[in-house]
Design a protein around this ligand. Sequence first.
Ligand code: ADP
Ligand code: ADP
Length: 232
Amino acid sequence: MISLNELTKTYGRGADSVTVLDRLNFEVGAGEIFAVTGPSGAGKSTLAQCINLLERPTSGSVVVNGEDLSSLPEKRLRAARRRIGTVFQSASLLSRRTASENIALPLEYLGVTPGEIRARVGELIDRVGLGPKAHSYPFQLSGGQAQRVGIARALALRPAILLADEATSGLDPDTTSSVVELLKQLRTDLDLTVVFITHEMDTVRQIADSVARLERGRIVETGALVDLLTDH
Ligand code: ADP
Ligand code: ADP
């Protein structure tokens, strides 16, 4: 489904250059929940931006369903981005818009008709269990509820891949568990492939099928979660 091939990201040039991601290789199978973990500064956010095409790799590639997204011309990037929904750490909702209106944003940008938007937003808000909060503003939502809105918005364009960048960081353990359960349910119901980036090892244990551990821009360990857990 997703494969990284010698993915490298270097900022700057010559003597001042910093290699933030150093020849990363891994494969994420369709329907898998794949966690990327590692300490602060390891390169996780940079990797997230290379996967959701906000950053271009310096070399190497990100291949999704056999198509090399990292070398797509600019005008085809926008369509490719729709296949990947992203959830950020702070749900980053617009404060003057209700939960429903936030979920509708990507559909409005795409020019989907109002009737279709209403239907899709209604379905999404139910899927994330927020029906009663549909007309609440972000300040009226708990952290977990805001994150559910962020997840629904990431799914609005029916992506095949959901990328969660520290999506549960900052939530308390019970709320984290409920978001984890939601993501597992969505993975099954919508045939999603999930890339879950987090520095929290406890969350990795709850959610992941497979894991890659990054340190200073390199993968130091990768494999099925059970194998990593039994090795230590
Ligand atoms: P993580 O998400 O694991 O904390 P990041 O991807 O944010 O790691 O950062 C990895 C390293 O890359 C850090 O040392 C950071 O300072 C560096 N870095 C990130 N973005 C840039 C940039 N635009 N220019 C230079 N260095 C950067
Ligand atoms: P089926 O194959 O059983 O018809 P689908 O996978 O087509 O099921 O989708 C069932 C419902 O879920 C549809 O309403 C569809 O719009 C919605 N859906 C499917 N994939 C996604 C996705 N990635 N994100 C959000 N909604 C989705």
